[in-house]
Design a protein around this ligand. Structure first.
Ligand SMILES: *Cc1c(COP(=O)(O)O)cnc(C)c1O
Length: 399
């Protein structure tokens, strides 16, 4: 069976053993007509807050909802600027725009692909000026206040949060973690001398439960985590038309609730998440070992000693990505690119006035990264086929 294809992601096998539990969730929903809100949602919120070492969890309709509500509830105003990285999924910047703010970017660290705290410092010190009366930084060119930073924990690895949190407190910025790829990831804070969970460090954090994520619903879902009671309360209003009580609207909100059936599915899956993340880590370590012989031609994912990644994505980096992807496709190996274009160069952001060359590290990374098959059920046999195909392709490419 050596010519069998290896998919980039297998969501069928993952759910087979849980079918009975999912049917029970459906039966409960049907017998109570509990489709929106209720005990399944509250149960999941409690359990996920606990999982993230966070006080509150607010279930919402998607990761994009979570980002948007977190930003609005954190007080981001129309006309503000919010800083993030260019190599993320567009939902990060869409949420910033939908909160009324403008996204702006700082470049990334070459090895982790996450926000470079040194670049953030440079941005705040050189491109902005501090207004002591307003207690805010204003961007020199646009004159707009910069009020928040959104570090993205890309590929399941947490951004270097200690310096980011320091800068944020120095410059009075809110920190919203985009933890949509990082359920269960950990970061060793030297400042606090302890490991901290994704979603427990910012003022608020956003998670996505899109099916392919480390914790995925069987449809759309997302959540916000926060330790801030008031922020949590505002998110609860925002997700449900601003209602504090049915038909009594304190503010205008959105239809952004978490489906009760999805919450039930997520509860069943959350019980396995730690094990699944462990399997992903083992697979990543095995890839690292098997690719060690070709390091140089392939740049492997870098995990600093302060990070425990949950490997949502296992991305390698090669100079001739197009060739490698084509060869792997011919060998029946599924791959992905996360993401093929830096957002400041996307057509949607032409109006921001960024140019090629503005964020060289991110631009180079997006032209070279290639995501290999990574999911908890990936077998050693499948993994061996991936590795063999990569090694073969590289030998052909380099002649
Ligand atoms: C998946 C994802 C989102 C958006 O989540 P949805 O649930 O699809 O709305 C946002 N940011 C990042 C980094 C993501 O990977």
């Amino acid at each position: 069976m050596n010519d069998e294809k290896v998919p980039f992601l297998d969501l069928v096998t993952a759910h087979r053993s849980l079918q009975d539990e999912f049917v029970d969730v459906l039966k409960t929903a049907l017998s109570t007509a509990g489709f929106i809100g209720g005990p399944m949602v509250q149960g999941f919120e409690q359990e996920f807050a606990q999982f993230c070492d966070s006080k509150f969890c607010i279930g919402v309709g998607s990761g994009t909802d979570a980002l948007r509500f977190a930003l609005i509830a954190a007080g981001i105003q129309p006309g503000d600027t919010v800083v993030t990285v260019p190599n993320t999924f567009i939902a990060t910047t869409e949420a910033i725009s939908q909160a009324g703010a403008s996204p702006d970017f700082v470049d990334i660290d070459e090895r982790t692909y996450n926000m470079d705290p040194g670049k953030l410092r440079q941005y705040l010190e050189k491109d902005c000026s501090w207004d002591a009366d307003a207690k805010r930084v204003f961007h020199k060119r646009t004159g707009k206040p910069v009020t928040a930073v959104v570090p993205v924990h890309l590929y399941g690895q947490i951004a270097d949060m200690d310096p980011i949190l320091d800068l944020a407190s120095q410059y009075n910025l809110k920190v919203i973690e985009d933890a949509c790829q990082a359920h269960g990831a950990e970061y060793f804070s030297k400042k606090e001398d302890r490991w901290r969970k994704a979603g427990s460090m910012g003022h608020a954090s956003a998670f996505s439960f899109y099916p392919g994520k480390n914790l995925g619903a069987l449809g759309e879902a997302g959540a916000i985590t926060t330790d801030d009671d008031k922020l949590a309360q505002t998110c609860r209003l925002l997700r449900d038309h601003g209602q504090s009580k049915k038909y009594f609207h304190d503010i205008e909100g959105y239809n952004g609730r978490l489906d009760a059936i999805q919450a039930g599915f997520l509860r069943a899956k959350l019980r396995h998440l730690k094990k699944w993340n462990g399997q992903r880590r083992e697979i990543a370590e095995r890839y690292n070992k098997l690719f060690a012989t070709v390091e140089g031609d392939v740049t492997l994912p870098y995990q600093p000693d302060w990070s425990r990644s949950v490997y949502h994505i296992y991305a390698v980096r090669v100079v001739d990505r197009a060739q490698l992807q084509k060869k792997l496709d011919e060998a029946g190996i599924g791959t992905g690119i996360h993401y093929p274009i830096a957002l400041h160069l996307a057509k949607a952001y032409e109006g921001l006035g960024s140019r090629a060359g503005d964020f060289p590290v991110a631009e180079k990374a997006v032209s070279q990264v290639l995501s290999l098959p990574m999911f908890p059920d990936l077998t050693s046999c499948q993994q061996d086929r991936v590795v063999t195909a990569v090694l073969k392709s590289l030998a052909v490419i380099s002649g």
